[in-house]
Write a protein that binds this ligand. Structure first.
Ligand SMILES: Nc1ncnc2c1ncn2[C@@H]1O[C@H](COP(=O)(O)OP(=O)(O)OP(=O)(O)O)[C@@H](O)[C@H]1O
Length: 507
């Protein structure tokens, strides 16, 4: 599952704009609550705890359910994205393996937040005008991309504050991600000069956001005077809609068209959203014409974003497109090892290898697994062994399994190839219909429990031998590294299948 995110950097990074300025204590003062706070602090680290939890959330334990109340839907999606596994580990540490957790908007916190915001707005309106888009970094001077901005004194006078974004230095390199890593590092050395736009794509939870955040951070460190904005596509869309509603589009445009570096995560969110695409296109055109740096991430290659306008797609393709592939075994092992080291979890090599073997496609889940093992170590005081890992992670592994239905496959294949459901299930044999159909049948065999006859029946009342031969045909394409046409372009079958699987797993 891919959590949606309204993570907008400046809202959190700029302390003046923090949404939860009001100082709130824990919901109750009982020793139980205090110990939950302590466990949570162990999980998220002192800094994370102070930045995001202390005085800002309300914790409640209801049976085996840990409820974390936050001040806004905005915070909720953010916390869900960033801390879900840690909150879950805390819940387990509190009530054992049957624990569950829930993040919810706490009305009382929300009320306190909006009154804090109101008073902020009042004081802002007394001073110079600040537009209603809160996340754009403000700076005194006009933007400049010259190297004179590499100024240590300026760096000190404008230190990076607030939420700690992921850092490129903590990004663990391997075969599957090294191209994207090198591109992000090089482009952040000289924003606007090299790969522009830089477009990073890959499956769920494999480090795209980490790289984008690292990019953001590095540019901020090297060029503190630059106006750098990081946000998700969803946040961009929300701010755009709000500006439309409030008739404040000029302010919105002024904010976005004055940035030096614009980083937008999860751009696939814009698929089928014509008005957002249109606005983004104009923003890109404007920024490009002024030599500003653009960075995007997506779950797919730009050409596979079949519901994106052609103009936008060609712009995405005009710089450098890098793919992060599923992490290879060595990388998974190293990530697990470093995670355990960071959490100070004594763990055997065998247990690490077990985790790396079991959690293969998603680094987020891999990290979640190590978090669970840390909790287990905290509870038992013992070094984590392979058999302990096997036992503890059994539930997690089960939860990580996604149930994929034939309808899901049908929908994702149709939208990726731009064919209608009626065509996919029809008797038409044109290549642009029969290939997606065969792929759909192949995926149905691979990812569902459905029998050949059931699959044949679903995809247009075909018999089981049609499905068998479709499966055989797709295997042949894979073996011979054949390509398939999507969006008027040939793609390696392997890449298409991987992209479809990723979309299915994320759906
Ligand atoms: N190579 C890596 N080195 C260190 N940590 C990594 C690496 N790849 C991923 N991670 C960690 O895995 C977690 C998930 O990564 P991230 O959020 O960047 O994934 P994503 O590709 O953006 O996922 P989504 O598509 O869901 O947005 C993060 O905690 C991130 O720091």
């Amino acid at each position: 599952m891919q959590p949606t995110s309204l993570a907008v950097e400046g809202t959190f990074c700029d302390s003046a704009n923090r949404p939860t300025e009001a100082k709130l204590g824990p919901a109750t003062t009982g020793s139980e609550e205090q110990s939950i706070y302590r466990l949570l602090a162990q999980q998220v680290g002192e800094r994370g705890f102070q930045n995001w939890f202390a005085g800002k959330v309300r914790l409640k334990l209801d049976g085996n359910l840990l409820i974390v109340g936050v001040a806004s839907p905005f915070l909720l999606t953010w916390m869900q994205k960033k801390f879900a596994s840690k909150i879950y580990a805390t819940a387990i540490a509190c009530v054992g393996p049957s624990a569950e957790y829930r993040l919810e908007v706490d009305p009382e916190l929300a009320a306190l937040t909006s009154s804090a915001e109101e008073s902020q707005q009042k004081s802002a309106s007394k001073g110079t005008s600040t537009a209603n888009v809160p996340f754009v970094e403000r700076k005194a001077s006009a933007p400049s991309l010259s190297s004179s901005n590499k100024n240590p004194a300026a760096r000190q006078s404008n230190p990076f504050r607030g939420r700690r974004f992921a850092d490129l230095s903590t990004f663990i390199k391997g075969k599957s991600n090294q191209l994207a890593y090198i591109a992000a590092t090089q482009a952040s050395d000289e924003p606007g000069a090299l790969y522009n736009p830089l477009f990073i794509h890959g499956g769920v939870g494999i480090g795209k956001t980490h790289l984008l955040e690292g990019f953001y951070r590095r540019v901020r460190q090297l060029y503190p005077a630059l106006n750098v904005v990081y946000l998700t596509a969803e946040a961009f869309g929300n701010y755009f809609s709000k500006a439309l509603q409030e008739r404040s589009l000029p302010g919105f445009r002024q904010r976005f068209r004055n940035v030096d570096v614009l980083i937008i995560d999860d751009i696939d969110f814009f698929e089928s959203k014509r008005n957002f695409q249109e606005e983004l296109l104009h923003t890109i055109k404007h920024l490009e014409s002024h030599g500003r740096q653009l960075v995007f991430s997506s779950d797919r290659h730009p050409r596979l974003l079949t519901k994106m306008s052609e103009e936008l797609t060609t712009r995405f393709l005009s710089g450098l497109v890098c793919r992060i592939e599923a992490p290879e075994k060595e990388l998974r092992l190293e990530i697990a090892r470093q995670r355990a080291h960071k959490l100070k979890t004594p763990i055997t090599e065998g247990a690490l290898a077990y985790v790396a073997r079991r959690f293969t496609s998603n680094v987020r889940e891999l990290e979640g697994a190590v978090n669970c093992l840390q909790t287990c170590h905290l509870m038992t005081g013992q070094k984590v062994t392979t058999s302990m890992a096997r036992q503890v992670l059994a539930d997690l592994e089960r939860d990580c399994i996604r149930i994929i239905k034939l309808d899901d496959i049908n929908q994702i294949v149709c939208s990726t190839f731009g064919v209608s459901e009626a065509d996919l299930k029809s008797s038409r044999r044109a290549r642009n219909i029969s290939q997606p159909r065969m792929l759909a049948m192949f995926l149905a065999r691979k990812l569902t429990q459905a029998a050949y006859s059931e699959i044949g029946d679903y995809f247009g009342g075909r018999n089981h031998s049609t499905v068998m031969s479709a499966e055989k045909q797709v295997r042949k394409w894979l073996e011979s590294h054949s390509s398939i046409q999507v969006a008027l372009q040939e793609w390696p079958t392997e890449e298409i299948i991987e992209s479809l699987e990723q979309q299915l797993l994320a759906s």
